[in-house]
Design a protein around this ligand. Sequence first.
Ligand SMILES: *[C@@H]1O[C@H](CO)[C@@H](O)[C@H](O)[C@H]1NC(C)=O
Length: 118
Amino acid sequence: MKLVLLLSLIAVAIAAQIPTFDSNQNARILYQNYESKFRSYKFGFRQSDGIRHEQEGFLNNFGQENENLSVKGSYSWVGPDGVTYEIDYTAGEDGFKPDISQGPGGGIPPQILGSMAG
Ligand SMILES: *[C@@H]1O[C@H](CO)[C@@H](O)[C@H](O)[C@H]1NC(C)=O
């Protein structure tokens, strides 16, 4: 009986040390930043559920006929499978160009990752 009690206490102690992410509903903002300048901006945030996003944009050729916006950024999240998925991207005159990567053991088959990347 004492052994059972001891084992349960050990199990509780181990469970308490396993890091867990908050569910999306309870996610808290751990960090956020926004900077705006004359022709550029930057923002980033990180949440307690493992979601993060950073982006910066720059206005090319301000006031000229070929004025356009160049954007680059990166976002990632931890899937229900525990794998971190990350999308690095650029967006601008060539459209949205994602570069998708994932941590080890990911659930997205390589063919699908390839087709998502265009
Ligand atoms: C956008 O700006 C870049 C950098 O100056 C320039 O090379 C490009 O031609 C511009 N694109 C358009 C569609 O005007």
